[in-house]
Design a protein around this ligand. Structure first.
Ligand code: R5P
Length: 300
């Protein structure tokens, strides 16, 4: 049961032990035992977890907090608390960290919910967190110990195999310039950031039609940290198509793809959505487990 690092991984499964690829991969890379935590969800929505085996001296909880967000967060805390109560030093891998967009009060009366998430994890016994492409660097400040790893090298490596013609990397908004810039440097191609604005009350996205660079006849890779409703990618793809781009791919760390997002993105002319397995799903083909294992090794 004990591993070279003394680490044990605990991750969540429903009744059938469907082990997410990322958790299984991390355990394999670390040479750690993988203990699935059993989950029951009652009719009122309450979760109950059971970890049949005691975690070792050190353990790593692996749980993304994609929808149902609050349930997944609660379940992560329940696993951490159980392992901490059993005497383990607990670390958490939360590949997709929900609430990172709520890093400040944007409107009067709002609160920076990510700080609450950080306190709750700490209160559950989590000593450190490893996450991937956190939405906002400011959100990192809420945690006393957090490592934010980049998925860009893996995604760019994937993009380099797409045989893109005269490629251009596109950030759907100004906030993603750093990310898209790193991506473009790896692909050795141009990068532009579109001008996006979002109505804070309705969530409606608009993207300026003029983009300031000739994309006609070129293949474009839209790079974002996450695709949620798909609105940002749809609007960006429409603008790129109008400006003559040929093939468009959408790449992101976190494919939330709520509701009809994937279908709407396809309808907007995007050839493919390529994401990491921070969130399990059809488009989550880029495996993060090696990168996450490396980051975990540094904190164990
Ligand atoms: C925004 O700042 C983010 O980087 C993403 O562009 C955004 O959260 C994506 O959301 P949606 O898919 O709903 O437009």
């Amino acid at each position: 049961m004990c591993t070279p690092t003394g680490g044990v991984l605990v991750h969540l499964c429903r009744r059938r032990p469907l082990v997410p690829r990322a958790a299984a991969g991390i355990a394999k890379h670390l040479g750690a035992e993988l203990i699935p935590a059993e989950l029951r969800v009652f009719s009122d929505g309450e979760s109950k977890i059971r970890i049949a085996k005691k975690a070792g001296r050190k353990c790593v909880i692996v749980q993304s907090t994609h929808p149902p967000t609050d349930s997944h967060l609660m379940q992560a805390m329940m696993m951490a608390k159980k392992c901490a109560d059993d005497g383990a030093q607990v670390h958490a891998v939360i590949p997709y960290l929900a609430y990172a967009r709520q890093d400040r009060a944007f409107l009067e009366g709002e609160s920076a919910s990510v700080a609450l998430v950080a306190r709750l994890l700490e209160a559950s016994g989590v000593k450190s967190v490893v996450t991937v492409d956190i939405h906002s660097k400011m959100a990192l400040r809420a945690f006393s110990s957090i490592k934010n790893v980049s998925s860009i090298p893996l995604l760019a490596g994937h993009a380099s195999k797409l045989r893109l013609k005269n490629a251009i990397v596109v950030s759907p908004d100004a906030g993603g310039v750093e990310r898209a810039g790193e991506f473009a440097r790896m692909l050795e191609c141009d990068m532009i950031a579109l001008k996006k604005s979002r109505d804070r009350a309705t969530g409606e996205v608009t993207v300026e039609q003029k983009i300031g660079i000739d994309v006609s006849g070129r293949d474009a890779v839209l790079v974002d940290d996450m695709i949620s409703s798909g609105g940002s990618i749809v609007k960006a793809a429409e603008v790129l198509k109008k400006n003559g781009a040929v093939k468009i791919y959408a790449m992101c760390a976190h494919a939330l793809l709520i509701g009809d997002a994937a279908a709407n993105i396809a309808r907007a002319g995007v050839e493919g959505i390529i994401a990491t397995n921070s969130i399990p799903g059809k488009h989550s083909t880029v495996d993060l487990s090696g990168t996450l294992a490396e980051a975990v090794r540094g904190v164990l």
